[in-house]
Design a protein around this ligand. Sequence first.
Ligand code: ADP
Length: 402
Amino acid sequence: MKVLVLNCGSSSIKYQFIDTVEKTALAKGLVERIGMSSAVLSHSRYDGDTIKIVGEILDHQIAVEYVLGVMLSKNHGVIDNKNDIEAVGHRVVHGGETFTGSVLITDEVIQVLQDNIELAPLHNPPNLKGIQAVKRILPDTPQVGVFDTAFHTKMPPKAFLYGIPYELYKKYKIRKYGFHGTSHLYVSNKAAEMLGKKIEDLKIVTAHLGNGCSMAAIDKGISVDTTMGFTPLEGLLMGTRSGDLDPSLILYIMGKEGLSLNEAGTLLNKHSGLIGISGESSDMREIQKAMSEGHKRSTYAFDIFSYRIKKYLGAYAAAMGGLDTFIFTGGIGENSAEVREEVCKNLEFLGIELDLEKNRNKDLIISTDNSKVKVLRIPTNEELVIAMDTSHIVEEIQVKAN
Ligand code: ADP
């Protein structure tokens, strides 16, 4: 099946057109600066052909029309007809407690997503805009929602409940949800495949380290704990997010600095993490460069970033009562040999022995042959998970209809 995968953000749409039989992307691209007169669409085709279009793209519907336009174009396209898009799969950030797996998007599903907006005020509205745009432009094409939270919905209450009055969970659904689920799911299954093991026989810790960062403890293929929480703010240090902190300190800062609720949210989500500590950048490449030039605050940022990953790794090994596989993924996890080395340092007692040369060479298996725990570096592919889920759901419905 040929599936268009859309990841709609507030001012951007990432897309891939995937052949689920060959498991390859026929085309991929990005629309940036939606809402502005100088929006940019960058499109690349499987054969290396690329094109950049600059124009006025005022909303998500126009952006999707542009994407279809370039996919249909004679010189840069990959389809002859809109109907060659057999289904559309959307990355949807928050499925709340309702969606434990991917679903065909119906009017009822759209309603539930609307009801969930309070849980994900930054992410779900643009996801919904993308869904509505496709509904208008491709009214007969089935759409599927694949949720970032779904993989974590089997966590036990001891992992997902917070130490606050239980009534608040019942009343406002305040609990740990976790995010990056499709990535944790993809790399854990890929690791089992690479190691020739069944996922049911493995205790895995995954570290998705991109601009947002999260880890998951995956026991027998089930996410039993994860570092992100009610929102993506909890857990690891990230590009601009603080991760774990003492909740009282924010009340203290609000009092001292006279911050509003919104300003406090911005402080923790946009001005903290790597950028907040280093004062230099939220980008790990810049942090490492500044560090090599002796910039002390960048060294702090790098050290805190790596230390937290190490702490959670130990915590999750304890939580699962063992560890077989540790996986790095995401822009930093896949590319920063320095972070991987720092995280894995002195973990021989846990059965982790990094092969420094393999790590530098960007091998996929980067532990020594004798290491009890296999350490892997796996490029994530969330779009493929979304495309595969979409095709399974749509095919199932087609079979039932016949
Ligand atoms: P997103 O979460 O937005 O999808 P990515 O997964 O692309 O982001 O990760 C972005 C992060 O990856 C940035 O901090 C960037 O600095 C980091 N990164 C990319 N390449 C390298 C590299 N070669 N070395 C260190 N960090 C890198």
